[in-house]
Design a protein around this ligand. Structure first.
Ligand code: ZN
Length: 474
């Protein structure tokens, strides 16, 4: 009789052991592990690469970075001595503005969407695991990509740009009457709005529909017909309406502008992200420094800083403005560097065959400039990884940021598993990113989208996109 309790205990223990084995297996199933070995690791912020460390990914986050990690249940990826880096971030994309600004009126929204979807997949497989779409109707696209319905990089989007009649986002015809809406306005690639009330309504409409931030055309631009570069609209009241709406949702305004006047007006209004700025001087750049605002640098890699080379669809007016911008560009970059303005990179590439130019642009700061002004490969890589990651984290709050649960743009324990493996070290020579075959693996959110580390026959092989345009298999 006295043995019975022992028997019971033994039985109970056995049942509990089986139960715990099952729950462990279930937990492991939920968060599959991938162990990446035989790589050197650049974390996105350091000046040095760590030699021969392993990276353990669990689910969609990085769990451990150390030498000789043991993870018996993990799928192992052999990095073949490559350099592992964070995924690239492109801070200035226009996925739906295919064919140029005015030309977009000739393509219906179905074609714009189809093009945007292919561009998103192409960008992801080129190494961009996050993009910021900054003018264009990509609100639905962002939702579909971020929910995993369509392939593409993680997306932040402004939705339609806001600008005044005659501003940089007014792409209507010369014969259109006041207030008439062209197709680009009807499909929501742009808002042409005047007066505080219209600005507030358009801004709140964007935010209601999921915009992560707002894009404002704060001065004239190059790729548009009617707006002189030194245009003084929008008014301070219109600008203030946009900033107010953004702050109601815990987010920020990014502006398109080239000149001191437009930069000064915007910094005073509380704008945080300053695109372009190639005619800005000490006068406004000092104010950016005081406000601790960010410069979004577009080196226009495919077009040699808009100096002498222009997209096919540019009109004579656009080329003339491109030449004016070109005259200020060296001084602007020099002054931004002198004042150590926090800087990230964005390609501003749109058009049918322009997708490859995003990667060209990511390498461009090392080559396009006079020698004393060139960025190093290491600085250039930071401008496309940890620096934009920091900006995206700091300038939006939980209500306007799908990805605040972990860090972007870095390889750290706990960060999102957005990882690239390169043949060679891009922090020593960033030009290697221009050759698609040097990108051996792309992982976003723990999933592999490109994998050249195994033979083409292997089940985990994922092909690369072809170098440019439409002639590739997805
Ligand atoms: Zn742009």
């Amino acid at each position: 009789m006295y043995k019975k309790p022992y028997l019971l205990t033994a039985l109970l223990t056995a049942v509990m052991l089986v139960f715990s084995a099952v729950t462990t297996a279930v937990a492991e199933n939920k968060a599959a592990q991938v162990l990446i070995v035989n790589v050197d690791v650049w974390d996105g912020t350091s000046d040095e690469v760590q030699k021969g460390v392993d990276v353990l990914v669990e689910g969609n986050k990085i769990k451990r970075i150390a030498k000789g990690i043991k993870a018996p249940n993990a799928t192992t990826i052999n990095g073949q001595g490559g350099t592992l880096t964070p995924g690239l971030i492109d801070m200035h994309q226009h996925l739906t503005l295919n064919g140029g600004t005015a030309a977009g009126n000739n393509w219906d929204a179905y074609v714009q969407g189809a093009h945007a979807s292919r561009a998103a997949e192409y960008l992801l497989r080129s190494g961009f695991t996050t993009i910021r779409d900054i003018a264009g109707q990509t609100l639905g696209m962002k939702k579909a990509v971020n929910e995993g319905i369509l392939p593409g990089p993680r997306m932040y989007t402004s939705g339609p740009a806001l600008g005044p009649t005659g501003g940089h986002s007014d792409w209507n015809t010369r014969t259109a009457g006041p207030g008439a809406k062209d197709y680009q306005q009807l499909v929501g690639n742009t808002h042409v709005v005047d007066g505080r009330a219209e600005w507030l309504k358009a801004a709140r409409w964007n935010l209601r529909n999921g915009a992560d931030f707002l894009k404002v055309m704060a001065g004239g631009g190059v790729a548009s017909e009617f707006d002189p570069l030194h245009l003084q609209s929008p008014s301070p009241e219109e600008m203030a309406a946009a900033v107010q709406a953004a702050s109601e949702y815990g987010t920020y305004v990014a502006i398109h502008a080239y000149t001191d006047d437009a930069y000064l007006k915007s910094v005073k209004a509380g704008v945080r992200s300053f695109e372009h700025g190639f005619l800005a001087t000490e006068k406004s750049i000092k104010e950016l420094k005081k406000a601790d605002a960010w410069w979004s640098f577009q080196p226009y890699g495919g077009y040699a800083l808009l100096c002498g080379e222009y997209p096919d669809w540019y009109t004579d007016v656009m080329i003339k403005k491109g030449k004016m911008v070109c005259e200020g560009v060296i001084n602007a970059i020099k002054t931004m560097k002198k004042h150590k303005i926090k800087t990230f990179n964005g390609s501003d590439m749109f058009g049918w065959d322009n997708w490859h130019n995003a990667i060209v642009n990511a390498a461009a700061p090392t080559t396009l400039l006079p020698e004393d002004l060139r960025y190093t490969s290491l600085e250039t890589m930071k401008m496309s990884t940890s620096l934009p990651g920091q900006f995206l984290r700091e300038e939006t709050n939980q209500s306007r940021n799908d990805f605040l649960d972990a860090k972007l743009g870095v390889v750290e324990e706990g960060a999102w598993a957005d990882i690239l493996i390169w043949n060679g070290d891009p922090t020593k020579d960033v030009s290697l990113i221009l050759e698609g075959d040097n990108l051996r693996m792309v992982m976003k959110d723990g999933k592999v989208y490109k994998n050249l580390l195994v033979d083409p026959e292997h089940e985990s092989f994922r092909a690369a996109p072809a170098p440019a345009g439409h002639s590739f298999n997805m």
